[in-house]
Design a binder for this molecule. Structure first.
Ligand code: AHR
Length: 484
């Protein structure tokens, strides 16, 4: 029998709630007919935002939302998205060549911040540093941050409906600057980072945190090159890398081998965090700079979502994506001494999404439910777990008198029984509540079957001879909660 042991005396620290962060880009259907339907729509909405998404998203307590890209950020002109909506310019955004859809600028900084307010998330803006000068970015920050009624930009913000500062807590300096964001070398980018932050710091009135563009997946040379040149010259909260895994068959129709392949690829995240951390430590032995995983998730071939390919990169989401969500969140939890934020890509009608929508239809995906089942980990004290037997991923934490263990059964077709024990002298309570999601690797929700995948009713398990036995079907995720 497999075993998971909880080791409360070993902890990586507090799990930053921002590890449960999200990403929303102006691309395909993320906003269009997704999160945003417009104030005239016949779909239930609040100030143009789809009520279904507001209500369900809010239920996850989303801590942070990154916007407006992604690649789109590097062509974004913030002034195009302010002022009366009907007067905003229609432009060719970053993705125009890929899907032929024009950018209407209906959702600008005011709308984005309003959506964050509606769902209770902190806004995180990725700034354009390819097309915007450091002074343009400084103006953007002044527009967002300057105290009410002070500068001309603060007054303009007031005239546009928001007298008080937006107080944006996170600013990303560029996006993928090793690629679409200027094809820079790490040293070139570090120089740009220093320049933008030097200037923007002078209008950073609310202690916003600056985030630098990190590597593409396992490019440790980028991490090393950036950290060497950066050398703590200006403030830096975190270095943010991106990791997508894909190339293992169709989203819904995949083989057992392709399942194993993708799970193995996603599993690299753990080692990747360790190695980026080591590369950073060479230049930052005190670990002042943290790690963010700015974009993560599965990237399958497009066309499997409800729009049948109309929404760029939209994909269905099966229990394979659900299990990979669980595995990734477990990895972030277990590295909470280093990882302070992670943003799943992307929120709606796109890659590894939580929502699929179209017209009046709207559903949540297995990924949504995994975030739901993992909520207790946000802001909790991490507990180290040791796994015996392989084929599992786990993490545990403690908060408000509750110990939560989350487990993914990484097998395509084998159910499993797991003995749960506690290493330290402290006894676990006599019973725990277990919630299970999944059991069929291909299962997914659709507009016709919106509840095909959802968590089962929690069941109680009781301690017998000092142990608990957790039974998990293949391709499933479990949360086990002990309450005092
Ligand atoms: O999420 C889709 C794209 O993937 C983002 O725009 C970009 O940052 C990444 O390459």
């Amino acid at each position: 029998m497999k075993k998971i042991c909880l080791i409360p005396c070993e902890s990586a620290g507090t799990i930053d709630p921002n590890i449960y962060g999200h990403f929303s880009e102006h691309i395909g259907g993320v906003f269009r007919d997704g999160v945003w339907v417009g104030e005239e729509a016949n779909v239930p909405q609040t100030d143009g935002f789809r009520d279904f998404v507001i209500e369900k998203f809010k239920a996850l307590n989303p801590p942070v939302l990154r916007w407006p890209g992604g690649c789109f950020a590097e062509t974004y002109k913030w002034r195009d998205g302010i002022g009366p909506r009907e007067k905003r310019p229609v432009t060719m955004g970053w993705w125009y060549r890929d899907d032929g859809r024009l950018e209407t600028n209906e959702v600008g900084i005011h709308e984005f911040v309003h959506f964050c307010e509606l769902v209770g998330a902190s806004p995180y803006v990725a700034a354009n540093i390819t097309g915007m000068t450091p002074m343009d970015m400084r103006d953007f920050m002044e527009y967002c941050n300057a105290p009410a009624g002070t500068t001309t930009l603060a007054k303009e913000r007031g005239e546009n409906g928001h007298t008080e500062p937006f107080d944006i807590p996170f600013w990303g300096i560029g996006n993928e600057n090793w690629g679409g964001g200027g094809n820079m070398t790490p040293a070139q980018y570090a120089r740009d980072y220093i320049k933008y932050v030097t200037l923007c710091t002078t209008v950073n009135l609310h202690g916003a945190k600056f985030v630098a563009c990190g590597a593409n997946a396992g490019d440790y040379g980028w991490t090393d090159g950036f950290m060497r040149e950066y050398a703590h010259r200006v403030p830096l909260y975190a270095l943010a890398f991106h990791y997508y895994c894909g190339g293992a068959g169709d989203c819904v129709n995949f083989t057992k081998e392709q399942w194993d392949e993708l799970v193995a690829r996603a599993g690299k995240l753990d080692d990747m965090i360790r190695r980026h951390s080591a590369a950073m430590e060479l230049h930052d032995p005190d670990r002042r700079v943290k790690i963010i995983v700015d974009e993560w998730g599965c990237w399958h071939p497009g066309g499997s979502g409800p729009s049948k390919g109309f929404n760029l990169f939209e994909q269905q989401s099966t229990m394979r994506d659900g299990v990979i969500t669980a595995l990734s969140l477990n990895a972030f939890n277990n590295h909470c001494d280093r990882v302070v934020m992670a943003n799943v890509a992307q929120l709606c009608n796109n890659l590894h999404c939580l929502f699929l929508t179209g017209g009046e239809n709207a559903i949540v995906t297995p990924t949504y439910w995994v975030f739901y089942m993992y909520k207790n980990h946000m802001g909790a004290s991490h507990i180290r777990t040791a796994i015996e037997g392989g084929g599992l991923s786990a993490s545990a934490s403690e908060k408000d008198g509750k110990i939560t263990l989350t487990v993914a059964n990484l097998s395509y077709d084998e159910d499993t029984e797991i003995e749960l024990t506690n290493f330290s002298g402290r006894e676990l309570p006599d019973s725990a509540m277990v919630t299970i999601l999944g059991g069929n690797p291909h299962s997914h929700n659709s507009f016709d079957a919106p509840d095909a995948v959802k968590p089962l009713e929690p069941v109680q398990i009781r301690k017998k001879e000092g142990k608990f036995i957790l039974t998990m079907p293949a391709a499933s995720v479990a949360s086990v909660v002990w309450s005092e």
